[in-house]
Ligand binder design. Structure first.
Ligand code: MRU
Length: 375
């Protein structure tokens, strides 16, 4: 029988002009693969968390923009770009916190602009005009968008593997590791970010024990992380979110690895609600706390965590979801932010595909981007 890890989190089905995803709202009870064709279907799938996790959202958005522009009938480059901006803005409005969403959409646009300007230069040299036959130009731009979306996905797999290799240097055989939410394979195209060192340790035959916070209110830790790690044959233990302090106090946890949705330029990191509580307790018990972040999740244009837009979600996720009957009084006010920001001073290291960043993070992040942009 197929294991959950044998399924692709996000895939393009070219012959059906569709994105195929695992509907993560049904896990672990049911593995159902669904196809997204329209802008509304893609928007809903991201908003409803059928596909979720910052990198997977980015890959879906890149593929989505390509598919939507494949149907474009724009008669000029200006029309084409106007349509692209509108579709991009619509997809970008599905969730506010994970920067990978806007990052992937922007990357698709920048690629189209680059390809078009190369066409103009080529045609100036040959004295033809790209506007003369825009249908051919449009087909070329769309083909390029398909390739760029494919590259975003391929790079995600490579980046996660490298995060895993860098994270592996921070742990040893026999370690107990804690994670919060799901920054696993289901949140990326393979390996995950926070789980990548765990999968690589397991590949090496190390005997690690992973503890997964349940992650209220949407239970990504219980439904997704515990499911995928357990399916991989990793020693997995589930706990409620309010149990991690007592576990850390026993000395069972050697290190904590979490993912993130946006890292600000000073190293403050937004991740699933509850993460900053875990980091605060980790400091109390001297447990190293690592944030795993592809550079696509680092937003150098957001100075500190205070400027990160935190998604607020529906009260019903807290009062009713998962219960057979409502578990809170009717009319009670509900506080339900989807993410919180962990202050940089609580973070022991930020594990990227280029290495492990250490405080002061503003300097480390600046240097990382300078080096990356030189390449
Ligand atoms: O609301 P979600 O399930 O999309 O939140 C996911 C997280 O907070 C993850 O930790 C983060 O996106 C990193 S995924 C590699």
């Amino acid at each position: 029988m197929k294991n959950i890890l044998d399924y692709e989190t996000v895939a393009l089905v070219d012959e059906d002009d569709a994105i195929e995803i695992i509907d993560q709202t049904l896990l672990p009870g049911r593995i159902e693969i669904i196809r997204l064709h329209t802008a509304k279907e893609i928007w809903d799938a991201i908003y409803l968390l059928q596909v979720r996790g910052a990198p997977a959202i980015g890959v879906t958005a890149g593929m989505g923009l390509y598919l939507l522009m494949k149907h474009s009938e724009a008669a000029s480059y200006e029309e084409f770009m106007k349509e692209l901006d509108e579709k991009s803005d619509y997809l970008n409005s599905s969730r506010p916190t994970a920067v990978n969403l806007s990052w992937a959409l922007k990357r698709m646009k920048v690629h189209v602009e680059k390809v078009y300007s190369e066409m103009v230069i080529r045609d100036v040299n040959s004295s033809a005009s790209p506007e003369a036959d825009f249908e051919t130009v449009r087909a070329e731009l769309v083909k390029e968008m398909r390739e760029e979306a494919g590259r975003i996905k391929a790079e995600d797999i490579d980046v996660c593997r490298r995060i895993g290799e860098n994270g592996l240097t921070l742990i040893k055989d026999g370690d107990g590791l804690l994670t919060h939410c799901n920054a696993g394979q289901l949140a990326t195209c393979k390996y995950g970010t926070a789980t990548a060192p765990m999968y690589l340790a397991h590949e090496k035959g190390w005997n690690i024990k992973v503890y997964c916070d349940e992650t209220r209110p949407l239970l990504q830790g219980a439904r997704l992380t515990a499911f995928e790690l357990h399916s991989a044959g990793i020693d997995t233990t589930l706990l409620c979110d309010n149990m991690s302090a007592s576990l850390m106090k026993t000395g069972a946890i050697n290190a904590i690895f979490v993912g993130c949705d946006r890292v600000a330029a000073n190293g403050d990191a937004a991740n699933k609600i509850g993460t900053s509580m875990v980091a605060t307790v980790a400091k109390r018990y001297n447990v190293p706390f690592y944030v795993c972040a592809p550079t696509s999740t680092i937003d150098i244009n957001t100075p500190t965590g205070d400027q990160i837009n935190i998604e607020q979600r529906k009260p019903e996720e807290v009062t009713e979801m998962w219960y057979s009957e409502r578990m809170a009084p009717e009319g009670v006010k509900v506080y339900n932010p989807a993410f919180d920001v962990t202050d940089n001073e609580l973070i022991t290291g930020i594990v990227t595909e280029y290495g492990v960043l250490r405080a002061p993070y503003d300097k480390a992040i600046k240097e990382l981007f300078e080096k990356k942009n030189q390449k």
